[in-house]
Design a protein around this ligand. Sequence first.
Ligand SMILES: *Cc1c(COP(=O)(O)O)cnc(C)c1O
Length: 445
Amino acid sequence: MERSDVVARDKRYVWHPYTAMDEYIARTDPLVVVDAEGPYLRDADGTRYLDANGSWWVSTLGHRHPRLVRALVEQAGRFPHASLAGVTHEPAALLAEELAALAPGAGRADVPEAARLSRVFYSDNGSTAVEVAIKMAAQYWAQNGRPQRTRFITLSGAFHGETIGATSVGGVEVFRDVFGPLLFDVVHVPSPAEPSGWERAFAQVESALREHPDEIAAVIVEPLIQGAAGMQMYAPAFLRAVREATRAVDTFLIADEVFTGLGRTGARFACDLADVVPDLLCLAKALSGGILPFGATLATERIFTGFGGGPERALYYGHSYCGNPLGSAVAREVLAVYRDEDVLGQVARKAPRVRAAFERMAETIPGVTRPRALGMVGAVDLGGGGYLARAGWRVYEAARRRGLYLRPLGDTVYVAPALNIPDAALEELLGGVEESLREVARGSS
Ligand SMILES: *Cc1c(COP(=O)(O)O)cnc(C)c1O
């Protein structure tokens, strides 16, 4: 089919996510992907694009990694699906064991058995992984002596997904305002990533916990990087302080590592960088390496035990595709590739390049501010008025002319590429971001 025929049908029938559709239909010439490999996407017109964000943060091992494709095909040839209803299978059972062995705190003598993340509940994506965590926390307290604990503390700028529960604990106003009347009540505190530091956010977490210890079911955070808010980064000290404060009143900490998990920040989990073991840990995105949707919520032995003692105490929650064998098999292969290709070691080697490049951009390009980096994530803001005010999309277009797919978050320009991106492609990526910013800063776009 001709490229233009695909675009015509797309514009007639497809409703795109996070997209003002009338503007898209009138003006956007979308990429029409026909092929993808490693860090690259190829358009039907033959142009090759470097994928600066791993296709919305999922392809951490690049596109079409041969080992992941093989794991998918082999499992599909055996059985692509079986429910977890009175049924189990090797991929789901082994993956759960492997995740429990890798989780923050695993195998550490100073972490009591009850506090280990040793139970795995499967779902379909990041939003559901969060939804499960919310329900686990609420039901745990409802049936274990603290029924008033129904409120969650969340951070301003937080993003936890799209379901109504996940939206309720979100803190990005434009995503939640319109649904306001449908959302449950939460305690909002400032973002720890504010330039003035994390202390103000923590003081409010602490006072909410101290004033309402009987009401707070959990504090939910994106550890160290608030991704959707524009790669807002904060100090591990905040996470540690929140962990101590939740312990002090014996309530839960939910770590949403859907974005940060599996090497993005340089550690296996961002929680590891803060030496924190949460009570619930949400995973998706990188977990299935951009091959298919898949999610998991890890819970402590204590939480799991709180659902025993009679059928009326069970967690009545599940999705059709819970523990899907394809997803489980691919996720196991993802973990194996991380091990065999030393993906964390690769990130450690490449991360200083990412940081240095973004620092240089902010130093040398007028209007480019707030350079920040952690692991394979690098970002700057466009500000200070002039040509760069509200110029994220002009940077997108300048980048596209250079063969770079660089989707901004408002006025934040960032990269979050495949963690195994080859060195030459990483140089091409960072150089392309810099040139695109320079071009727009000169006002010559
Ligand atoms: C993307 C994301 C989600 C939602 O995941 P989906 O798979 O898109 O539902 C939740 N939390 C965080 C931190 C995310 O980045």
